[in-house]
Design a protein around this ligand. Sequence first.
Ligand code: PMP
Length: 420
Amino acid sequence: APGFSPEAVRADFPILAHQAGGERLIWLDNAATTQKSRQVIDAISGFYTSRNSNVHRGAHPLAIAATEEYEEARAAVARFLGTADPAGIVFVRGATEAINLVAHSWGRSALGPGDEIVLTALEHHSNIVPWQVLAQERGAVLRVVPLDARGDLDQAAYRRLLGPRTRLVALTQVSNVLGTVVPVAGMADEAHRHGALTLVDGAQAVGRFPVDVQRLGADFYVLSGHKMFGPTGIGALYARPGLLDTMAPWQTGGGMIETVSFENSTYAPVPQRFEAGTGPIAEAVGLRAAIGHLHSLDRHAAAVHEEELTRHLAERLAALPGVRVVGNPRRRVGAVPFLLDGVPPDAVATALGRRGIAVRSGHHCAQPALRHFGLDSVVRPSLALYNTHADIDSLALAVGALGRSGAPPLAPPVTADSPA
Ligand code: PMP
């Protein structure tokens, strides 16, 4: 049915009804990880209860069924990303592992001395460090697209950075710290015009709005299951058709070979060539359930809700005395970082946690983006589709009270098992 009701969808997420120390849990730490629906929890539990088996190497019924389920999950991820080709989907541990895979398997053979990798100042450390290590190893050069005063990427500077030596543009689709939505499609066009490939970090995007990797112009696309309402321990790498075939294996061992002798081994076709060892089987079942749940919603309406809620969150925070919202990107979704005068970010997050409001403080694995604003730590509430205006009212009330009282009260912290 068209339309989207956050109140209705909340009923699918058992933890949101959880009472933390007598207070309803207000989960505003979605950029770190999202909560899991009953559908996802039941799918994982159902797999372990009655269908558990390893995949790909058995003739008995459970092995055959588990293999089918694993491959159906792969096909579901492919469709979720707008592609028909499951062979372009590699299951990995998360976005971090997907990026490391590309840096090793593609980067080591594709890059030579003087070749250039373009990154942006918004990147999560997981989309910086693997390229840095690779560049050091191969004698390649990193170029960084700077941010403007609002926290948007400087597009003129980006165009100036592209050149005949650009081999890869690796960029996030949504910033995990500023919430900036990056105009990836246009930037990918420019990259392709220079003969470069693109790697898009979709960790903060895929749970927030529909993504079509082909329309986006992503040659590689990475995601983490746990940030799109699925389980931890699973992510996916998408590669444009044909690209994986040109890449050397990364991790080696069982599952990725065709034949092995002590003299030589031959490798399985893609994507299995990139999946050494036993994969995240129950996690894939859970991820497929998360995708099914998202497909059951009006995703366009859910995305409109979340962007509207993000604006509301930024406005409510900015209106509080002593609060400074960090950044003001043209399009923002999810994260709205802020500072409260006179109270360090860690103390703000701890005090909010005692009231059942979960937010994060710190550098959020995006030190360069914060440094741009002269900061090394912020408080970061971050939204998902199940958040409501009531959640934001509670946050604003608590931050307002904290601003008036200064230092947080010295009550013992609330834990999940403390008496209500
Ligand atoms: N990229 C972005 C934008 C992220 O927000 C995160 C997680 N915070 C990652 C990559 C890394 O994801 P994971 O830790 O699940 O590998």
